[in-house]
Every structure is written in structure tokens, then in C-alpha cells.
Design a protein around this ligand. Structure first.
Ligand SMILES: *Cc1c(COP(=O)(O)O)cnc(C)c1O
Length: 366
């Protein structure tokens, strides 16, 4: 058994015996969509109490065997990450702030009583994944290779306690534009449901949070909206975030505001990057509470001029309209705003290697 007691990480590599034919792959890469097609390989590392992390391997993408009693299937001991690999104009491949994902993964692991994965091993696994399927970068404008590292509890045991064995995997999916319609601005439905309560798992990136957001999201779709907006659990007053994206507000005085990290908001890498880029531009960025009532008032008075959501998958998405039981209101012109567009362009240019990287965020991987 290959263990990882030493820092030297050697992944066993088993190439796919029948990889996707180039013609089929090219068709996918010309129109990748989001999260529906997967590359030919995946990365896997096991963890047990006795051996720690062991068996690092790259293997053909495919179904995984789990004991029906595996804890993940019953008590949802599962965490994940999402990040993208980019093909730069010079042909090199790069990741964007993968250390931030590695850190957050471990923060999530601690909250879900799971073993932490050394940051170096997390990044090594991602590099292996991209190297194995480097021919899977989409050819479309704005395309990237979306990477999904995740960890599941594999111990066959129905008692309620942290499992004693885990599996870490990375899969990859070519990505185009996240929002199907490619809509210029999205419409939000303010949910009566809450996503996260104080003391809960809202700050951890765990599948359970997403399971709980599906009914509210379906409700938003049924009412004709694109996404759901969650308010805080205690007062149902303060804006927190969407099901999987953070939010920003832009004011007529040129300042920006994003809800402060309160323990119930997921600390987005995109959020953190945009705060830094906005400050680079000389803008004031506040991290504070902001209520739905204040948002409505500021949108009506013209104090608030733009709002947008952000996250790795969709990057930056303008918010055009907000609707709830108290009626709806429009943000600015209802279409994409100037500052929103400018920040998105700044961020994506750095990610894609089309602009200098003053913060050292880009990691070249070959
Ligand atoms: C992943 C996620 C985000 C966005 O984080 P990024 O690191 O920017 O992709 C925001 N909210 C939730 C609930 C998330 O799970």
C-alpha cells in the first residue's frame, strides 16, 4: 500500500482503456455547457485511521463502489470544492488561487468532522487531474476546465459518529457559460426558507447545504426567477447570499458593499478577489450588514446603482430584479451595470493570463 507519510507524492496512473474519441470530445468542447460532461480520468486518495492518506491514484473516470452502509449515504458527511483551470494565450495551463480552495476545504473538513488533507496534496491532486486530461479544455470563448475535488465518508457503519474511513476524489468537467440563457442580468426570488443558521454549517462547503437549497431554488424557478436569495435565519432581514454565490452592492458614490462573513455565509474566493480588485481601483469596499428593506429603498432612490452575484462557476452575474412576497424592485436599468462589467473583466483577464497578476493569484501548472 502506498502511504503518504513522506512528502513525496507519487500517484499511480492507470490510463483510460477506451478514452473518449477525439471527434466526440471536440463536439463537447465546442459546446460544453456546465457540469454535464466529464473527462476521461479522475483522481482518488483514501484515508483511514491506521494509514492516514494513502493510495493516491489517477484512474479512468467511472462509477465508484460504496458499501450501502457508507456514512456519506446516510448522514451526509461530504464536502467539496470548485475551481477552474484555464488555458492561457501562450498555451500554458493555470489555476486561480488553488491554495485558497485547499484552505477552505480543510475548514469544511473540520466542521464536518473529517480528516484534513495537506494543502500540498490537495494541489498535487489537482495538478494530476489537469495533466491527465489536458486535452479537455473547451475551445469556446470564456471556457475553462472546471475541477470538483470532494471527500466522502466511506465507513460502513450506521451509528452516529464521525466515520473512520474517507475517500477524496477529483473529477473534471469542461465548462462554458454557467447560466443557460446567458441572460445579461438575473432575477432573484427572496426565499422564506433559510440556507444557514448561526452555529450551523453555512460557512462550510458541504453537499447538505445544497440539498437544503433545492426546494427554495425550485420555488424561485416556478415563480419565473433565475436564482434564490437567502436572508439571515434569526431576523429574516439581512441579506446573506444566493444558494451558491456571494452578493455585492454598488452605490452611486462609487463604493461597494458585501455582506460581512458572519459564520453563515460561505467565504467565496471570487468574493475575496473582487474586494481586492475593487480596492486596487481605488473604490471603498465595506463588509457589513445590509437589509432587504434598505436595498429596496436605495434602489428606489437611486443611491444603489448595481448589484451582482459572484462565484467560481458563473464568475460575476449582474442582478436585474429582486422579487419577494412584498413585491419586486429593479436594480438600476435592470440590465448589466458598468462597474459590474468592469470588475468581471478585470478578474477574468487575470484568470485567463490576459492581464498582469499583481496579487500573485495565478499558479502555472504546465
Ligand atoms: C462555493 C460557494 C460560493 C462561491 O465561492 P467561490 O470560491 O467564489 O466559488 C458562494 N456561496 C456558496 C454557498 C458556495 O457554496
Amino acid at each position: 500500500m502506498a502511504t503518504l507519510a513522506d512528502s513525496a507524492t507519487r500517484f499511480a496512473r492507470t490510463p483510460h482503456p477506451a478514452p473518449t474519441p477525439a471527434a466526440v470530445r471536440d463536439e463537447v468542447l465546442a459546446n460544453p455547457g456546465f457540469g454535464t460532461r466529464f473527462t476521461d480520468h479522475m483522481v482518488s486518495i483514501d484515508w483511514s485511521e491506521e494509514a492516514g492518506w494513502h493510495n493516491p491514484e489517477v484512474l479512468p473516470y467511472g462509477p465508484i463502489a460504496l458499501d450501502p452502509a457508507a456514512s456519506v449515504l446516510h448522514y451526509a458527511q461530504e464536502i467539496f470544492e470548485g475551481l477552474k483551470a484555464y488555458r492561457h494565450p501562450d498555451g500554458s495551463m493555470a489555476l486561480f488561487r488553488p491554495q485558497a480552495n485547499a484552505k477552505r476545504f480543510n475548514a469544511s473538513a473540520r466542521r464536518l468532522a473529517m480528516p484534513e488533507l495537506p494543502e500540498k496534496l490537495f494541489i498535487a491532486a489537482i495538478r494530476e487531474m489537469v495533466a491527465a486530461d489536458k486535452d479537455w479544455f473547451p475551445t469556446v470563448e470564456g471556457g475553462s476546465l472546471y475541477l470538483r475535488p470532494f471527500m466522502i465518508a466511506t465507513e460502513a457503519f450506521l451509528g452516529v459518529r464521525a466515520a473512520k474511513s474517507y475517500r477524496f476524489l477529483v473529477i473534471a468537467s469542461p465548462a462554458g457559460n454557467y447560466f443557460k440563457s446567458g441572460a445579461p442580468a438575473v432575477s432573484l426570488w427572496v426565499s422564506d426558507y433559510t440556507r444557514a443558521a448561526p452555529g450551523g454549517t453555512g460557512a462550510a462547503k458541504c453537499g447538505g447545504n445544497y440539498a437544503a437549497s433545492l426546494v427554495p431554488t425550485a420555488e424561485a424557478f416556478a415563480k419565473g426567477h433565475d436564482q434564490v436569495l437567502f436572508l439571515d435565519a434569526s431576523e429574516h432581514k439581512w441579506i446573506e447570499e444566493l444558494g451558491g454565490m456571494n452578493v455585492f452592492f454598488a452605490f452611486a458614490d462609487g463604493s461597494l458593499l458585501t455582506p460581512a462573513l458572519s459564520g453563515t455565509i460561505l467565504e467565496g474566493v471570487t468574493r475575496d478577489s473582487l474586494i481586492a480588485l475593487a480596492r486596487d481601483e481605488g473604490l471603498t469596499v465595506r463588509e457589513d450588514k445590509y437589509s432587504l428593506d434598505q436595498w429596496r429603498t436605495d434602489a428606489a432612490s437611486g443611491q444603489l446603482v448595481e448589484a451582482f452575484a459572484c462565484g467560481t462557476a458563473a464568475v460575476v452575474t449582474p442582478i436585474g430584479k429582486v422579487a419577494g412576497h412584498d413585491g419586486e424592485f429593479t436594480i438600476g436599468s435592470g440590465g448589466p451595470g458598468q462597474l459590474t462589467g468592469k470588475l468581471k473583466a478585470r478578474l477574468t483577464a487575470i484568470q485567463r493570463g490576459e492581464a498582469p497578476d499583481p496579487h500573485g493569484w495565478v499558479m502555472r501548472i504546465g
